[in-house]
Design a protein. Structure first.
Ligand SMILES: Cc1cc2nc3c(=O)[nH]c(=O)nc-3n(C[C@H](O)[C@H](O)[C@H](O)COP(=O)(O)OP(=O)(O)OC[C@H]3O[C@@H](n4cnc5c(N)ncnc54)[C@H](O)[C@@H]3O)c2cc1C
Length: 499
């Protein structure tokens, strides 16, 4: 029996996949699509992560979709509210009816002769199912769902307390009245420390080196005022643009005047913690702002917990785990009932899908990314990969719009295959991301490369991407369009030739 055919197969039903479904049915409504989701629920990140206090660290006016206003009072929102927003979007627009759960895509093979992908998915019951499609849209995020990253800590097996990774938070974990150590200094650690400190006996945030931490009000007073006085969509667009522009301005300042931005951020921390706190040791990173993602804390909650003595920060290195805690290289010991390894994620390239093009395996690390969403030599495939210096969804919306435009263009011109091809030998290669963060450095080698010039360069800049993805011509001389002879016709043509 022939594999079920859809014009587009979308991989993943998180924020990106649900957005992709909406954009596709809005911008290319005559195209059929299915969303294959490996898990049994939608929401991705916002369903998977269940640790106490889970929240966004960028504002919901830019983390929300461009087509669905964020209507809640909090701009820095908690995980369940974000999950609810994604679910609501899927329900409101009927995207949920296109999702097949328990279908983990493991491989996809492109045939130029058929101008189609054969997509192979593993089902929850251990079976394998195949789908055929004209276009494959990878929206499965950027990290490994099976396993978070935990370094090899010496003596780990000696520890008699509870050891947890935030990616696998046990619902039953009771930390009230307990001594807790959170290892890490990233977004998850700065979220967890003040939240756990509400009921724990004490929380130590143990970091090897500091991160930039910036406080912002959880509620955006201007946005809430505007929503009361203007139609929701208009208010949303105004706040969204204000936040986009401010974000771009701040990022550019950090790149152009790192010393000044650094001094300003550190001063803001000093203002929060007072003159006696050792800001130099615990909140002054060795790198420049935006060499890694900045950590945002709502309403200065981390600083409040530190000032109240409910939490503290220790900057040191682990010598070994012990039976009842951790011994540090400085000789200090930390007693712990619970240790949380907020030590990060494992990156996963192209959603873990093994790609082949006409029988030739694709090595992602050897391909150049086109506009940060397609790949050199790989036909009819795009991936939705958001910003790392701004909200993820900003880029995803643009990518989805572009895919709709591309599909419409192909239909209008009668082309069934589109492949980015680099014919310029002067295009150099750079890593996909230039963040110095551990999780990026560990995994980025296996990612596609970006080029040194357009359209291979990854701008991480909403305004430029808006021009490149929404307004620039689809036919740019780099995308090669073709219309392979369908297999049936190819046979017929051969027979005709022989007669
Ligand atoms: C704790 C945490 C907080 C974050 N906070 C922010 C923030 O504040 N702002 C921001 O911009 N970004 C944030 N991010 C990044 C965040 O992941 C994105 O904002 C966004 O949720 C990504 O959506 P996504 O749909 O692309 O990927 P995910 O949310 O990762 O969803 C991917 C979905 O695809 C499925 N999938 C993956 N591979 C396959 C496959 N091969 N076959 C079938 N299904 C597959 C997964 O099961 C999952 O359901 C955060 C990330 C984490 C981990």
């Amino acid at each position: 029996m022939a594999d079920p055919f859809f014009d587009v197969v979308i991989v993943g039903a998180g924020l990106s996949g649900v957005g992709a479904g909406y954009h596709l049915q809005t911008e290319a409504p005559d195209r059929s699509y299915v969303i294959l989701e490996g898990r049994d629920v939608l929401g991705g990140t916002w369903d998977l992560f269940r640790y106490p206090g889970i929240r966004s660290d960028s504002d919901m006016y830019t983390l929300g979709y461009n087509f669905k206003p964020w209507r809640e009072a909090k701009a820095i929102a908690d995980g369940p509210s974000i999950l609810n927003y994604v679910r609501e979007t899927a329900r409101e627009h009927g995207v949920d009816r296109h999702i097949r759960y328990g279908h983990k895509v493991v491989a996809a093979a492109w045939s130029s002769q058929d101008a189609a992908w054969t997509v192979e998915a593993r089902t929850t019951d251990g079976g394998t199912v195949r789908f055929a499609c004209s276009f494959l849209f990878l929206c499965g995020g950027y990290y490994d769902y099976d396993q978070g990253y935990t370094p090899e800590f010496p003596g780990r097996e000696r520890f008699r307390g509870t050891l947890v990774h935030p990616q696998h938070w046990p619902e039953s974990l009771d930390y009230a009245g307990k001594q807790v150590v959170v290892i890490g200094s990233g977004a998850t650690a700065v979220t967890l420390a003040p939240e756990l400190a509400k009921t724990a006996a004490h929380v130590v945030m143990l970091q090897r080196s500091p991160t930039y931490v910036v406080s912002r009000p959880a509620e955006d007073a201007f946005a809430n005022w505007l929503r009361e006085h203007l139609p929701a969509k208009l208010a949303y667009q105004i706040v969204r643009w204000r936040n986009v522009l401010f974000g771009m301005y701040f990022f550019n300042m950090a790149r152009k005047k790192p010393a000044a931005v650094k001094a300003r951020i550190i001063q803001m921390v000093r203002d929060q913690l007072g003159p006696d706190y050792d800001v130099e040791t615990h909140f002054t990173p060795r790198y420049n702002p935006w060499d890694q993602r900045l950590c945002l804390v709502p309403d200065a909650d981390l600083f409040q917990a530190l000032k109240a003595g409910a939490a503290s920060v220790v900057t040191d290195q682990i010598e070994t785990f012990t039976e009842d805690g951790i011994r540090l290289k400085s000789g200090q010991t930390l007693t712990a009932d619970v240790i949380v390894t907020a030590t990060g994620l494992n990156l996963k390239v192209l959603n873990g899908v093994a790609l082949t093009v006409d029988g030739r395996p694709v090595d992602p690390a050897k391909t150049l990314s086109y506009k940060g969403m397609m790949y050199e030599g790989v036909p009819n495939l795009a991936s939705s990969f958001g910003y790392t210096n701004a909200s993820w969804t900003l880029k995803c919306d643009l990518t989805c719009e572009y895919v709709g435009r591309l599909l419409n263009h192909m239909k209008a011109t009668g082309n069934r295959q589109v492949t980015p091809v680099n014919a310029d030998p002067t295009v150099g290669q750079l890593p996909w991301l230039d963040f110095s963060s551990g999780y990026v450095q560990r995994g980025i080698g296996s990612f596609p490369k970006q080029g040194t010039k357009a359209p291979w360069k990854l701008h991480q800049n909403y305004a430029l991407d808006l021009m490149n993805l929404r307004y620039a011509k689809v036919e740019d001389g780099v995308l090669q369009f073709s219309n392979p002879v369908p297999r049936r016709n190819a046979k017929a043509a051969k027979v005709g030739a022989a007669v």
